[in-house]
Design a protein around this ligand. Sequence first.
Ligand code: CA
Length: 470
Amino acid sequence: MSIKFKNLVWLLLVFLILVILALSVINTKKNLDIKSNQIEFLKKNLNKKKSQIKNIHEKLISNNIYLEEIVFSDGINFKLKSNLDIKHNSNNYTLSEFSSDDIVFAKHPAASSSAYIDIYEENLFLVTATGQIAYSNLNSLFSEKIEMISIKSNIKNIINYAEFYKSSPFGIKDILVNEDEIYISYIKEVNSKCYNTSILVGRIDYNKINFSEFFSEEDCINKNDPFFKMNKNDKLVAHQSGGRMIAVRDEILLTVGEYRKRVLAQDESSYFGKVISINKNSKRYKIISKGHRNPQGLYINNQINKLFSTEHGPDGGDEINVIDLSNTNATPNYGWPISSYGDHYHQEKDDSRLGLSPLEKSHEKKGFIEPIKYFVPSVGISEITELPKKFTNSNNLQFIVGTMGTGKKIKDGMLSLYFFEYDNSNNKIKNEKLIPIKSRVRDIKYLSQYNSVIMFLETNSTIGILKQKN
Ligand SMILES: [Ca+2]
C-alpha cells in the first residue's frame, strides 16, 4: 500500500512538472510571438519612415534646399554617450563615443550618417559625405561635449548632381589635410551617368573654403557600360570607388576602385582598380600598384618605405596588402579579378562571371602578390593606421584597422577594430585580434599630441576616441 501510494505521489509529481513545463513553453511561445510581431511592426514602421524621409529629401533637393547645410548653419554638437573598456596585449584602453543628431545623410543602408575626419592646427576637422564642413578644438574631444563650428564652402557650385547630396552610395570618399590645404576625394559625375574618382583642393580658411579641382580624369565608367550588360548580377556599384588619400612628399596618393567593371583593375591604360601617385605641381599621376578591387584604407611607414593598403573583396576576400615602394621594377600586381580569396556574389547560381574574372584562390601561382591577410567571410574592411610605441607600449610595428558591415555578422569580425603586428623581416602578420565595438568604422586618425585614436563611427553617428585608460 505505502509503495503504491509513493508511486502515485511520484506519478502526480512528474505529471505536475510536465504540466508546468508545457505551460511555460506555451507562455514563452506566446511571448516570442508578441516580440516577433512587435519587431515586424517596428521594421515596417522604420521602413515607412525611411521612405517618407527619402521623399522629403528628394523634394528639398529638387528645390535647391540642402537640409544638412541648414542643420550645420548654427554648428553641430556631439555628446558623450558611452565608454567601452578594451583590453589588448595587457594594455587597458577606453573607447569613448560622442553621438550627434546633426549629420543627416548616410552613404550606406547600415549607417545613420557618413563623415570623414582629419586634424589641422589645434582642431579636428569633420567633413560629411555630402560636403558639410565643421571643426572643433581638440581639447573638447576630452570633455563631455564636442561643439563644432561650421565652415562655408563653394562645393555646391562645383558638384551639381543630386545623388551626391542624398543618402546614396555617391559622395565624398575621404578628406586629407596637408600643408594648409584640405583635399576632398569624391565621386564625380564626369558626364551624364558616367562617374570617376576625383579630388578637390582648397586652402584652409575658418570662414569659407574655396575649392577647385585638383585631380580628375576624362576616363569614367558609365552606368550603361556594355560590361554591365554581360551579366544580370553586374551593375555600376558606386561603393567600389576607392578614394582614400595620403600625402607623401610632393605627391598625393589615391586609391581608386573599379566600380565593379572588374577587368579595368588589370588594364594599365586605365586608372581604375589602382593605387596612384599624383604630383602636386604637375597633377600628373603614375600607377603605384594594380589589381585592386576597392581599396579604402591606406597608410605609409616611411622608415621601411612600405604602403599598407586594405581592400574590400567580393563575397569574402577582404585583404590587407603591403606595397613595397623600394621595389621599382614592374608595377606590383595584387591579382584582382584573376585571383581573390572571395567569390562573386550569388556565384553558386551564376558562374558566367568566372570567364573574365576567375577568382583563383592562390595569388602566387598566377604571379601576383599575396595579401598579408585575407578575411573569409568579409569583415567590410576600412581605414588602417599605425599605432606608435607610446600607445601600444611595445617595440613591434602595430596597426589598427576598422571594419564595417552589419550587426548580423559581428561574430565574423564586422563592426570591429582589428589589431595586428607586422613583422617586417618576413613580411608576416602576428598577434592579431578582432575586438567588436558594434559600430561601422569609417575613418581613423592617430592623434599624437593626445596619444589617442580618433574615429568616425557611422552606425550611430559618433566620434570615437580610443585612449589608454588612466
Ligand atoms: Ca588581391
